[in-house]
Design a protein around this ligand. Structure first.
Ligand SMILES: C[S@@+](CC[C@H](N)C(=O)[O-])C[C@H]1O[C@@H](n2cnc3c(N)ncnc32)[C@H](O)[C@@H]1O
Length: 206
């Protein structure tokens, strides 16, 4: 995905920040985080229309689920997820500066559409993240290179074995989809050309 300053897309992204008086654009990432992003995965926020298509398309009872964004950057997805009545919303971000900005965005965000108010931006390596033993929507937008994603999905699979429950994975730009497809605990349940949807087998019947 391109994100050139002055392009239609960058104008669209800035509109989100203007509308909600937050700072989620990639254009204003400081040079240090930008440099670190080269070694990990550069910050790029999810487009609102696509996010709502993915989440609303799940057709679940949101109140049963927590939402986890793996590699949450400045937290735009956390804000957008809070327009649904998730039990709790958790972001995990490697770069301290981005995690700090996400916290500030959570504080600033105000929308008549907001339905969930328990939001947290954590700073840490998602590969070490301990998934809470709760029904969850796990969101991935290119957060990790292949080895890191293998570790993360391995941890999720182990968590599902220990605590069978309903979990959906929304994988935006599913570059390494084979990692999810190759596991034992997740199965493909749909998607579109920009994303894939997986669900836990242990949640079968929903
Ligand atoms: C493409 S951005 C997605 C941002 C956000 N999820 C969204 O959709 O708006 C990927 C993010 O993953 C973060 N990241 C990269 N490696 C990570 C790791 N090991 N643990 C946590 N976050 C990581 C990057 O710093 C970046 O902010």
């Amino acid at each position: 995905m391109d994100l050139q300053p002055g392009s239609e897309r960058s104008r669209f992204y800035a509109e989100y920040d203007w509308e909600y008086r937050v700072n989620t654009s990639s254009a204003t990432v400081d040079w240090r985080s930008r440099l670190l992003g080269v070694f990990h995965s550069p910050y790029q926020p999810t487009e609102p229309a696509l996010f709502h298509e993915m989440v609303a398309g799940l057709r679940i009872d949101f109140e049963e689920f927590i939402f986890v964004d793996v590699g949450s950057g400045k937290g735009r997805t956390l804000l957008m997820a809070s327009d649904y009545p998730f039990r709790k919303i958790i972001g995990v971000e490697l770069l301290p500066e981005l995690a700090r900005i996400a916290q500030e965005n959570i504080r600033l965000y105000s929308s008549p559409k907001q339905r969930s108010f328990d939001l947290v931006s954590m700073c840490g390596d998602a590969c070490e993240f301990q998934f809470p033993p709760e029904a969850a929507v796990v969101y991935l937008f290119n957060p990790l290179p292949k080895p890191g994603l293998e570790r993360l999905i391995g941890n999720l699979e182990q968590s599902l074995k220990e605590h069978p429950r309903k979990v959906f994975v929304l994988y935006h730009n599913a570059e390494h989809e084979g990692i999810l497809a190759g596991g034992q605990e997740l199965r493909s349940t749909g998607g579109a050309h920009q994303y894939a949807v997986y669900a836990s087998r242990s949640g079968a019947g929903f």
